[in-house]
Design a protein around this ligand. Structure first.
Ligand code: ATP
Ligand code: MG
Length: 188
């Protein structure tokens, strides 16, 4: 019975992931504060067992310009990053969250740095592919980064990663302040 319950939960997760991946939900964009979305993510995870031995350090730039984005989709991306980091640290280590304003690109950057097991050079090329996972069967569907990539692309942003095996990883998400410039009057 336990096996049946566990495997049907796994099926449910895979199907949910597939649906999220294939669904062309139009983002509902509005001017939102990236720091608030990140803080909401931290409040959702900090009491979870997986995070008990993880120190979360936050360097959030005050007075960030608001970003024209779908806050719930962006929250999904941030949650994926935070959960991946925690999983790579096996529940112990430091997660550093940094936000900054990049005026030259009219963008806001969010950085997730962990002290986990890092990513091999070979894997760096495929982590954004749907269904690529290094997790044990039943622990990852390999859709988190593929979905995140799609959402960030939809916001005309970028996700980049730097990592060395054994030395942690840094994922950087860059979101343009205005992803649909025709919708927001520009300052003269
Ligand atoms: N912070 C990280 N440190 C080390 N490896 C990472 C990190 N983030 C992602 N990865 C690697 O990228 C792979 C793909 O990540 P992705 O989030 O797409 O899928 P997953 O976490 O394996 O499964 P899912 O997110 O669907 O539960 C992971 O299996 C892991 O090997
Ligand atoms: Mg993941």
């Amino acid at each position: 019975m336990e096996k049946i319950v566990k495997q049907s939960d796994r099926c449910r997760d895979i199907i949910r992931g597939l649906l999220d991946f294939s669904r062309q939900r139009k983002p509902e964009k509005r001017l939102s504060n990236v720091n608030r979305v990140l803080e909401e993510c931290v409040s959702l995870v900090e009491d979870q067992v997986l995070f008990h031995n993880i120190r979360i350090e936050q360097h959030l730039k005050p007075d960030l310009p608001q970003v024209f984005m779908d806050p719930s989709q962006v929250q999904q991306v941030f949650m994926n990053m935070i959960l991946n980091a925690a999983e790579a640290m096996h529940g112990g280590g430091q997660l550093t969250l940094t936000t900054r304003h990049v005026p030259a690109e009219e963008a806001v950057e969010v950085e997730f740095t962990d002290t986990g097991h890092g990513i091999t050079e070979e894997d760096l090329d495929r982590i954004f592919s749907p269904f690529f996972t290094t997790k044990e069967v039943g622990h990852g569907t390999g859709l988190g980064l593929a979905i995140s990539y799609g959402i960030v692309q939809e916001h005309k942003g970028t996700i980049t990663v730097e990592s060395e095996e054994g030395c942690g990883a840094t994922f950087t998400i860059c979101l343009p302040v205005s992803s649909e410039q025709e919708n927001i009057p520009r300052a003269a």
